[in-house]
Design a protein around this ligand. Structure first.
Ligand code: MF3
Ligand code: CO
Length: 294
């Protein structure tokens, strides 16, 4: 079998948790996936696929995650410190019965990542870091509610931002739409990443290679890794029930990054150029996709 796990008998209950008989539920799905597996495609193990109940749980988590980002959007501006943003995120999340996923994740010290200008990702909020007119900042929120994970991030332009930086922010946002145009059941994940890279290059930008999107739901970071420099016609087969993020990091300059910050987290562009990122979370469905968090 494509994932090494046994299949139910035709009249047994389906593995997906629908309560229906296997022959009336995922039997055709499994046959199609098995065929692709035999042809050498990378197919998701069933352990990655989310049931309807899981997706309902992830959506509830995502409602909090979207709410946090909306809350930040209403308040962010010149003079705000990233330490304040961290407290907003922490308090909002906890008040909604949830837990901020970044806090203590592999030792990360705060509840949100805030990444300004040339910081690619994983910026650590601080009371000493004041947002100034002209900054661009990514606020990356992740939430755990009843064991379900959600994750999305947005860019914010602080006051008047120079047109070049603004364009980077807008092109990066648009690259998500390009990626989404490739998300369909039985499509390939490599096509999702490839169109982002092509779009970034058309605008004279480059895409960070070391970081990407990820499966998510039961854990913060699950398979697959979602590369935005992937080759077309490669990568995991997309099937209903797969939940992952699309979160390209696009640099105005060269793609190389600098991970030498002694805090062990803050990632910068090597050439000091500005960088932008947006992140959404989605589920692949029978006829396309459903956005879960943004
Ligand atoms: N939110 C990031 C992502 O999109 C992960 C941050 S890990 C942290 O995958 F520890 F820095 F919070
Ligand atoms: Co993510």
């Amino acid at each position: 079998m494509y994932d090494g796990e046994p299949l139910p008998g035709r009249n047994d209950e389906c593995w997906c948790g629908s309560g229906r008989k296997y022959k009336k539920c995922h039997i055709d799905f499994d046959e199609r996936l098995e065929l692709l597996y035999e042809q050498g495609f990378e197919v998701p193990p069933r352990s990655l696929l989310k049931s309807h109940k899981d997706i309902e749980g992830i959506k509830k988590s995502a409602i909090v995650n979207i709410g946090v980002l909306d809350y930040v959007a209403e308040r962010i501006g010149p003079g705000v410190t990233t330490g304040e943003i961290d407290r907003w995120v922490h308090n909002y999340t906890v008040e909604h019965g949830a837990v901020p996923a970044p806090l203590d994740y592999e030792g990360f010290p705060k509840s949100v990542c805030t990444s300004i200008n040339e910081v690619v990702c994983h910026g650590i909020p601080s009371d000493d870091e004041v947002l100034a007119e002209g900054d661009i900042v990514n606020v990356d929120c992740s939430t755990i509610l009843d064991g379900y994970f959600s994750d999305s991030s947005r860019m914010f332009c602080i006051g008047e931002v120079d047109p070049e930086k603004k364009r980077l922010v807008e092109v990066t946002k648009e690259s998500i739409d390009k990626a989404l145009s490739q998300v369909k059941p039985w499509g390939l994940l490599g096509d999702v990443g490839h169109v982002v890279n092509e779009f970034a290059k058309e605008h004279g930008y480059s895409v960070v290679r070391e970081f990407g999107g990820h499966g998510i739901g039961i854990e913060f970071h699950e398979d697959p890794f979602v590369s935005f420099v992937a080759k077309p016609n490669t990568g995991m087969v997309l099937v209903p029930g797969l939940v992952f993020t699309i979160e390209p990091m696009i640099n105005a300059g060269k793609p190389e990054i600098d991970m030498s910050d002694p805090n062990g987290w803050t990632v910068r562009t090597k050439d000091g150029s500005a960088t932008a990122q947006w992140e959404i979370q989605l589920a692949v469905t029978e006829d396309g996709y459903e956005l879960l968090s943004w």
